[in-house]
Write a protein that binds this ligand. Structure first.
Ligand code: CA
Length: 344
């Protein structure tokens, strides 16, 4: 009898112990869930690729990124910081930021380490914040700086090519030079070098005449995968004729990215053309083009999104925004809201 009682007692102890262990384990896993990082845009979209004239996400769905370009890094670098990028994600709802590394004058060619440090700060902020980042070789004569461009992009690809966040823009705006004889060979050389290290992230290729002759590039495209072509416009200067060229390019099944556009004239100043801007928005929405507006800068000119002296860390209120900044913020927020809602 005594033995039986003891056995029952021991069994009871064991059951209690197992029960407590289960409780403990479930409590720990519950805590793990609670401290898990919230989902971010790059978790949602993952590795981007190009299919026909579309950019698609890891699930094959067409996506289009909308966000802001920073200004030439050698001239206005105060917004190249984590807090500002976070503000642009959280308040403006940007899904992409373009870091425009100035090459000359007084840019990367004069002080490579200084400019590279700024760009890496933005890259690392975007990786942490889970948005895409365009690493832009902001140059009008890149064919004269090919060696430097190769070294730079190989370093970026080595350090960051494993992150789906990175988009390489290898030549901001070529001037009125030959696609076939100059820009295409330059682009192919750069792409080949990047692809030895990073075989899949998107690469944006510049097109002749300040990245407007997308139709010329489309007729004779580079033979690589995951390539998009830069279409740049300023609404008060580039009108239906440029949309026609873009439409023509798209019929060749190449992908376009408006990695830089302004609401005003191509000088970066002058009047804001509301009517043309509206037509461009309709065009980009219709063809699902990704874009970055030029720019997050407090320089006193029409293209700047913020007013002189606006806080380097973001935290801008309505009075800190320029006319252009107000329109663009509203457009990004309304267009990207549904994407951010998918993260909840
Ligand atoms: Ca990669």
């Amino acid at each position: 009898m005594k033995f039986k009682k003891q056995t029952i007692y021991l069994v009871k102890i064991c059951v209690k112990y197992v029960f407590l262990s289960i409780m403990f384990v479930s409590l720990v896993s519950c805590n793990e869930q609670e401290i898990k990082e919230p989902l971010k845009i790059v978790d949602l979209y993952g590795q981007l690729k190009v299919e026909s004239s579309n950019i698609v996400n890891k699930d094959g769905e067409t996506v289009y990124l909308r966000g802001m370009s920073l200004f030439w890094s050698q001239w206005i670098d105060k917004y190249y910081n984590y807090n500002c990028i976070k503000w642009l994600r959280d308040d403006w709802k940007c899904t992409v930021i373009r870091a425009a590394m100035g090459i000359e004058p007084d840019g990367y060619l004069s002080n490579a380490e200084r400019e590279k440090t700024k760009i890496k700060k933005v890259i690392e902020a975007c990786i942490d914040l889970g948005i895409y980042v365009i690493v832009d070789w902001h140059d009008h004569r890149a064919e004269a700086h090919q060696t430097e461009a190769i070294a730079f992009f190989k370093e970026i690809a080595t350090e960051y090519g494993k992150y789906p966040n990175i988009i390489y823009e290898i030549y901001n705006e070529p001037l009125q030079i030959s696609w076939t004889d100059v820009i295409k060979p330059y682009s192919e050389t750069l792409i080949r070098e990047i692809r030895t290290i990073d075989n899949n992230n998107l690469i944006i290729v510049g097109t002749p005449t300040w990245s407007q002759d997308v139709d010329i590039a489309a007729a004779n495209p580079v033979e690589f995968e995951n390539i998009v072509y830069a279409l740049h416009f300023y609404a008060a200067t580039h009108k239906q004729w440029l949309r026609d060229k873009a439409q023509n390019a798209l019929t060749h099944n190449i992908a376009l990215f408006a990695s830089e556009y302004g609401t005003c004239e191509s000088t970066g100043d002058g009047l804001i053309d509301y009517e043309e801007l509206d037509k461009w928005f309709t065009f980009m929405d219709t063809y699902q083009l990704s874009w970055c507006n030029w720019s997050i800068a407090d320089k006193e000119e029409a293209a700047s999104a913020i007013k002189p002296g606006a806080d380097a860390d973001g935290n801008w209120n309505e009075e800190d925004l320029t006319e252009s900044g107000k329109i663009i913020r509203e457009k990004i927020r309304s267009s990207n809201e549904s994407i951010f809602n998918r993260l909840n």
